[in-house]
Design a binder for this molecule. Structure first.
Ligand code: ARG
Length: 573
């Protein structure tokens, strides 16, 4: 099914290409009308092209209006303000399109050639995943789902931090303070504990830092015992991470951590030297940037060891040479902006095979408001599992009150979906680049732009269908008359048709919150419709059928939209 904004764009583009064939025009853009008085869609073509065409925008708009090929899709145009064109769709087109919801959308106008790798989550080993990784995980997963929905070939890569100075420290800590019993019972907890212990002890006794460096060196040189411990730490951590990924319903195609690139780094370094990009500076190898636009990047330390930058360069090369990607997208918080600017710039300097399209998607920090428990044991970080457990428990309480008759195991499943969905939705509905403050009120409220509100709207629709079944009311599918909708119905219908456009916009800006905003608007319109129109009690069967169809399509769009945010729906709660 063709998406409306695209269909309208094509008609307008065709027309203006003919009308102004001798001009180098800026392309037609169709946007959703900002207000129902302005029609269903709007076009600002006349305004952005008036200089080029050399005429007054209102006159251009009037000309377009006069020559427009009205027909199946567009009912009328109106020229407004300084030269906007307001577009009104025909009811017939709206109703035909509504019936088609559920068919695959045609996104072939997007350039979808090649593979996109999405580098997200990427926690550092031997620590429990903390809240900073929550955002990378949730936003990265949503971007992956959006790309897949649009027909891109995606690869999801968890670039685990499994190499680096923390391992020297951990090995020293392991040898000195490990509580064997505790380690057997709760391995990741014990690793965290001794890691914190190391930091505390090293403050008093700096010689420990030297010991840690020694152990790290041994590990890097392949010392058997240290290698064995290192692998053990990785195993333990991955097991822990996978529990969280399972609960969040997040999957990866690869877990190529930093250590995977160890053997590839020397040749990258060689290349940097050969091409004169890295220079020696006080014993280290450093890349300086033109006009010092970026701070210098160290690619090899004095002691010969490699750095985060070097490993990311090797990663870039591997992804092109071996995984054959055409594009890479990275998700981390905004503190890594400079790192990625440096790495991308060095990639550009190196040329093939490093210089393909790369995007660093940043997000702000998540802070915690009142009532959030910190885990003191792991150094004042918030553990993801604790958050998920708490959300689940709170949702469970609501279900116990509202719907005590649901069997316990189903309640449990619902609470898990709605609870983790609430956390995800809270994150994804925010402007990605802002810092956000997490409070249970905001996450779990059943009102406003929240996960539970959307879930509840969906559940409401499901209950209509349950009642229809209980009362044996026959429901028609597509042979329903939808053309004489009232204002509220029409508004909801037009909104439903805007879904694919919201997805495209979310993709173009890498902002899942555009989908969240869309879903919230849709849910509000549905609830407005639900509160003002009778459905099950409607006497006119034709009107009833039309309303049922709208409800069904709303449920479809909500479910599909939420799935792009990585959120499942439930049928009751
Ligand atoms: N492990 C890093 C961290 O926790 C994030 C890695 C991001 N990906 C990358 N290719 N550098 O901060």
């Amino acid at each position: 099914m063709k998406i409306i904004s695209k269909e309208l764009t094509d008609i307008f583009q065709n027309l203006v290409d003919n009308l102004f064939s001798d001009k180098e025009l800026k392309p037609v853009e169709i946007t959703v009308a900002t207000n129902e008085n302005f029609g269903d869609y709007q076009c600002n073509f006349a305004m952005i092209n008036s200089k080029i065409i050399g005429d007054n925008p209102r006159k251009i708009a009037e000309e377009i209006k006069a020559k427009f090929p009205y027909g199946e899709i567009v009912e009328k145009l109106e020229v407004a303000g300084p030269g906007f064109i307001n577009i009104f769709l025909t009811d017939k087109y709206i109703s035909d399109s509504i019936k088609k919801i559920g068919e695959a959308y045609d996104f072939s106008f997007l350039n979808r050639k090649g593979k996109v790798i999405i580098d997200f989550s990427s926690p550092n080993i031997a620590k429990r995943m903390h809240i900073g990784h929550l955002r990378s995980t949730i936003i990265g997963d949503s971007i992956k789902r959006i790309l897949q929905f649009l027909g891109f070939h995606t690869l999801a890569d968890n670039h685990i931090g499994d190499w680096g100075t923390q391992f020297g420290k951990l090995i020293v800590a392991y040898k000195n303070w490990l509580d064997k019993k505790a380690y057997e019972k709760d391995p990741i907890g014990e690793l965290e504990k001794i890691y914190v212990k190391f930091s505390d002890e090293a403050k008093i006794n700096p010689a420990l830092e030297d010991e840690a460096r020694e152990e790290l060196k041994k590990l890097q040189l392949g010392d058997e015992n240290n290698q064995k411990l290192w692998k053990e730490f990785i195993d333990i951590s991955l097991k822990e991470y996978n529990k969280v990924y399972d609960r969040l319903n997040v999957n990866f195609d690869y877990y190529f951590g930093e250590s995977f690139y160890n053997d590839m780094m020397p040749s990258v370094l060689e290349e940097l030297k050969q091409k004169g990009i890295a220079k020696e500076d006080q014993g280290a190898l450093v890349v300086f940037f033109e006009n010092n636009r970026l701070p210098p990047a160290i690619v090899q330390k004095k002691d010969g060891s490699f750095l985060y930058t070097t490993s990311d360069l090797a990663t870039m090369k591997f992804r092109k040479d071996d995984l054959k990607v055409d594009e890479a997208v990275y998700l981390t918080d905004d503190r890594q902006q400079n790192h990625f600017k440096q790495v991308f710039e060095i990639g550009r300097m190196l040329g093939e095979p490093y210089n393909y399209k790369k995007t660093h998607i940043v997000f702000g920090i998540m802070r915690f408001g009142n009532g959030i428990i910190f885990s003191s044991r792991s150094g004042n970080t918030i553990r993801l599992v604790d958050l998920l457990d708490e959300a689940k428990a709170q949702v469970k309480k609501v279900i116990d009150e509202k719907n005590p008759d649901i069997p316990e195991d189903e309640k449990d499943k619902i609470a898990e979906i709605v609870g983790s969905g609430a956390i995800k939705y809270f994150d994804l509905s925010q402007n990605r680049t802002s810092d956000i403050t997490f409070t249970w009120d905001k996450v779990l409220s059943f009102e406003g732009n929240t996960g539970p509100y959307l879930q509840y709207t969906y559940v409401r629709i499901m209950s209509i269908f349950r009642k229809l079944k209980e009362e044996n009311i026959e429901v028609k599918n597509n042979d329903v008359i939808l053309d004489d909708m009232n204002g509220i119905e029409r508004e909801l219908a037009v909104e439903l048709l805007r879904f694919p456009q919201a997805v495209v916009k979310a993709y173009e800006n890498y902002r899942p919150n555009i989908i969240a905003d869309y879903l919230f608007d849709t849910a509000k319109l549905f609830n407005n419709f639900y509160n003002s129109s009778s459905i099950l009690k409607e006497e006119d069967k034709k009107v009833m059928d039309a309303r049922i169809l709208l409800a069904r399509k709303t449920a479809f769009v909500l479910k599909e939209g939420l799935s792009l945010l990585g959120i499942n729906t439930v049928n009751r709660m």
